[in-house]
Design a protein around this ligand. Structure first.
Ligand SMILES: *Cc1c(COP(=O)(O)O)cnc(C)c1O
Length: 427
């Protein structure tokens, strides 16, 4: 594979951008080698600066459920941009997206739009504290909730990848109120809540973990969180930045039938443009400024171009049968990968929920971050590079999801499966 132009660009980038990337996990550190510079995308494919073409399962890390450069989304972005890109004043478009979100997710009565998932989580946590008058929060080991200081404790992939226990520059005083518990472990949650119930503002959780690789909630795990939170006046915050409009139109809360008090969204709702959102029960959301005392603001919040891309995306996702077809396609791919691994006698465990999945190079099932970390990351790196050579672009880290989009074709998934069979059998 010719990568001359990417190599040249990476050298240039490293002089002016830390590590040559604007988000760490793009740098290929955990799989070795150097990143490809992507020139364009179309449907299920990306094309790099050297003209190589790949079937893409990164999908910009989640947003691109309709694939690259979806004509309806591009049209919406173009139309919006022609009318001006930002006003710092309300627009009809942002009301339309807010209404679509409220309609899609029954636990959301009101929603505030922001510019990233990080901002959504940071704001939702502030709101939970402001509403309850309590300071402590519970999060789970391996769940990522953006890079705000207080949430950067045991936060999965990016950090897992580099093996850093925490980020430098985060004062211990800031994470002191963040209690980290193992995922899928109801006993640990009830113990912590029993010990500190009057000081816990919220439990924040990825209802399907995506940032330690895909880990589904065990039967009853979310229901138990719901019950404990209700009993003790603690708010339940579902971080659906990945799962919202991904595992079902109404997100993981629709799939599992558990309602949260607060929800954060991002990724898909921006159709590939920068966005985030937090929403929930009316009585809680009414505490947000200018209605209430919890301050939160943003120059580009509700940006008309981003919102237009989001509206076009959600409208396309309303097509009848879309999620069923997506699930079927993802299942076929999962079965194909599993068979390829079994035939090659490479021990793997594939975790999947809907169109998100992770192939863990691990002998035992993965149900939390401790078990995820037992994966053979060197084997994954070998697999990753083999697939890349065959023209399949996967996440450059074991602890990430593969995303299947609505535009991946049967040929794409068949090609991927046979490429995997070749790569795995050579390992
Ligand atoms: C991506 C992600 C975030 C952060 O969103 P950004 O837009 O990258 O700031 C937060 N939570 C989860 C679950 C995510 O996957």
């Amino acid at each position: 594979m010719n990568t001359a132009r990417s190599t040249e660009l990476f050298a240039q980038a490293q002089k002016v951008i830390p590590g040559g990337v604007n988000s760490p996990v793009r740098a290929f550190k955990s799989v070795g080698g150097q990143p490809l510079f992507i020139k364009r995308g179309e449907g299920s494919r990306v094309f790099d600066e050297d003209g190589n073409s790949f079937i893409d399962y990164v999908g910009s890390w989640g947003p691109l459920i309709l694939g690259h450069a979806h004509p309806g989304v591009v049209e919406a972005i173009t139309r919006a941009a022609k009318d001006g890109t930002t006003f710092g004043a309300p627009t009809a478009l942002e009301v339309e997206l807010a209404e679509m979100i409220v309609e899609a997710v029954p636990s959301i009565d009101m929603v505030r739009l922001v510019s990233s998932g990080t901002e959504a989580l940071m704001s939702a946590i502030r709101l939970a504290r402001g509403f309850t008058g309590r300071d402590k929060i519970i999060k789970f080991d391996g769940c990522y909730h953006g890079h705000s200081d207080g949430l950067l404790a045991k936060a999965g992939s990016g950090i897992a990848t580099f093996g850093l226990p925490d980020s430098a520059g985060v004062p211990a005083s800031v994470t002191a109120d963040t209690i980290v518990l193992p995922y899928n472990n109801p006993e640990a949650v009830s113990q912590a809540i029993t010990a500190m119930r009057d000081s816990i503002a919220c439990v924040v959780v990825e209802p399907v973990a995506g940032n330690m690789g895909v880990v589904a909630p065990k039967q009853g795990f979310l229901q138990n969180l719901r019950k404990l939170c209700t009993e003790h006046g603690i708010l339940l915050l579902f971080d659906e930045v990945i799962t919202g409009f991904r595992v079902a139109y109404g997100g993981a809360q629709e799939l599992y039938g558990v309602a949260s008090d607060l929800t954060t969204l991002g990724k898909i709702i921006g159709g590939g443009m920068p966005i985030g959102a937090y929403g929930g029960r009316r009585d809680i959301m009414e505490k947000v400024a200018p209605l209430g005392p919890v301050y939160q603001a943003g120059t580009l919040s509700g940006n008309p171009v981003a919102v237009s891309a989001g509206i076009a995306t959600l409208k396309a996702l309303q097509e009848p049968g879309l999620y069923t077809r997506l699930l079927r396609k993802a299942s076929t791919l999962e079965q194909g990968l599993a068979k390829a691994a079994a035939d090659a006698r490479v021990p793997v465990h594939i975790n999947s929920v809907g169109s998100m999945m992770t192939m863990f190079f691990a002998p035992d099932p993965i149900s939390d971050y401790t078990s995820a970390k037992k994966s053979d990351t060197q084997k994954y790196a070998q697999f990753f590079h083999g697939m890349l050579e065959h023209g399949v672009y996967m996440a450059p880290s074991q602890f990430e999801a593969m995303f299947v989009s609505a535009v991946h074709t049967v040929e794409d998934t068949e090609f991927t499966t046979s490429a995997a069979a070749e790569v795995l059998s050579s390992m």
